[in-house]
Design a protein around this ligand. Sequence first.
Ligand code: AMP
Length: 215
Amino acid sequence: MLIFLGPPGAGKGTQARTVSEELGIPHISTGDILREASRKGTSLGKAARARMDVGELVPDDVMCGIVEERLNEPDVRDGAILDGFPRTLSQAQFLDRLLEQSGREPALLVNLHLEPQLVIKRLTGRRVCPKCGEIYNSFWHPPREEGVCDKDGARLFQRGDDNEEAIRKRLVAYERETMPLIDYYRHKNAVQDVDGEGDPAAITKRLLDFLKKRA
Ligand code: AMP
């Protein structure tokens, strides 16, 4: 099980999508699961949306329930990339227990590092395709036609939480709740550090090299 961790905008989603295709294992993004629930208007979606829009974390018990259910599906038997989970120590402990109980290998944390001053620029320029999930950036990876997905022509959207105020709160949540996980997994000798700055394709290549060596 691979965990992709990093501050908002470090490229977790972008890298997780490509690496999941390369390795042939599912990409599980808890943010995507919550956004989908919100689009469908379920009670989970509505409750989560209120927190997400202001950059706050959704409660641990809700998140652990979602992930437990997803990890019980058969496609996850040979591993998966977790993008956005765990985000707190208690989520990490829950995941460890779950993996152990189901006889699976312990998780490896891929720690994508990005300087905080780059975060805001990256996130305010981010645009996402609602159809295929491709992630664009008006500064680094613009679509050929503004606002339109290169792959399927769908109109790109900006996430509700990609505004400066929510981004600042997400950064605080990351530093306070999520960064301690790096030490937690470092003690288990289960961290792979990766520099998240620069060309996404070069980062993917570096990442795959590390992962293949580790396998
Ligand atoms: P992301 O797409 O990973 O940036 O997540 C977007 C938002 O979804 C976060 O800012 C949180 O509000 C919520 N969220 C996603 N995953 C989690 C999680 N593991 N724990 C708590 N909240 C989460």
